[in-house]
Design a protein around this ligand. Structure first.
Ligand code: NAP
Length: 293
């Protein structure tokens, strides 16, 4: 037995060979799964076909070729445009939808699949195409714990499969929230890198410490999550009052260097609201109340 190849030979079809779909198909192919591919613009299947994938002439042919049907196109509207006409061919098969969308679209698509006897998993890919196939990256799955259990070994070739349970909307909800977290981190990092860069610090040097700091920040978050779930925010480590004073140094340093201060001013505004509501002695986790309208 080849240790690199799975013991099962689940057949896989991949519909949508954009940047992400092509990476998914290449990962299945590389792991030894017989892989059928289809794309609206047929030329995008050329490289995969040259590598051993079977090129399907149409969506119906792609859907009926395999046990597992993976779709990764632009959005859910495109998913339904592609699959509505062939839904009877999907009956009894498993559809894994790795297209990004909203939780509402995911739940609606899960209901559509269930109504046609199609096994369904809704997924969120938490990496970019070069990270597909790296088991340190998460692929989120929701809507079918039993479907995921059955196909875990096959799907694991894409990344670490994380089961979010039976609510099909949760992969999209986590995905959206985690991307929001990423953009907030990018914003804070780029602001700070601009600040350090104004005094001649190369981005590489600052980032080496910034990434180390993120592991300390994640430790803070883990503790604050307990406070949020308990609904109590004791400021026993650092109070919002202290942080209002501290963020003043960041704003001052930015002003002196001509660095845009919109981001730290937003944080200050959130902190001041908490202080004005009488919560200056609480921990930073109290700020969650500002987001809960
Ligand atoms: P992409 O390179 O722009 O590819 C888009 C794919 O969707 C192409 O295969 C395109 O076909 C197809 N498509 C669009 N509209 C269609 C329609 N009406 N009917 C049939 N096919 C249609 O985008 P991508 O980066 O692969 O992203 C695909 C999905 O993965 C998106 O939902 C995206 O949010 C998600 N995703 C991407 C990343 C990433 O880093 N790229 C990460 C996580 C999740 P044609 O080739 O014919 O245009």
């Amino acid at each position: 037995m080849n240790a690199q190849h799975p013991t099962t030979t689940t057949t896989v079809s991949v519909l949508g060979l954009g940047q992400m779909g092509a990476a998914l198909a290449a990962a299945f192919l590389g792991a030894g799964h017989p892989t059928t591919v289809w794309n609206r613009t047929p030329g995008k299947a050329d490289a995969l076909a040259a590598g051993g994938a079977v090129r399907a002439a149409g969506v119906a042919e792609a859907v009926t070729a395999s046990d597992l049907v993976v779709v990764c196109v632009l959005d859910y509207t495109a998913v339904r445009e592609l699959l509505d006409p062939v839904v009877e061919s999907l009956r009894g098969r498993v559809l894994v939808n790795l297209t990004s969308g909203s939780p509402e679209q995911a739940r609606e698509t899960a209901a559509w699949a269930a109504g046609h006897g199609v096994g369904y998993l809704d997924g969120g890919i938490m990496t970019t195409p070069p990270g597909v196939g790296d088991s340190s990256n998460m692929i989120l799955y929701a809507g079918g714990p039993e479907v995921l259990a059955e196909h875990r070994a096959t799907l694991a070739v894409l990344g670490d499969p994380v089961d979010l349970g039976p609510d099909a909307g949760l992969a999209s909800l986590y995905d959206a929230g985690l991307l929001g977290l990423m953009w907030s981190v990018f914003g804070g990092w780029l602001h700070a890198t601009a600040l350090a860069g104004a005094d001649g610090v190369p981005a590489r040097d600052f980032t080496a410490l910034a990434t180390r700091w993120l592991s300390t920040v994640s430790w803070f978050m883990t503790g604050y999550a307990e406070q949020i779930d308990a609904g109590e925010y004791p400021g026993s480590d650092a109070t919002i009052d202290v942080q209002v004073a501290t963020i003043g140094h960041l704003l001052h340093a930015g002003e002196v260097r001509g660095v845009d201060g919109r981001l730290p001013r937003l944080h200050l505004e959130l902190m001041r609201s908490a202080v004005e509501a009488g919560h200056g002695g609480d921990s930073y986790a109290r700020i969650i109340e500002a987001f809960r309208k």
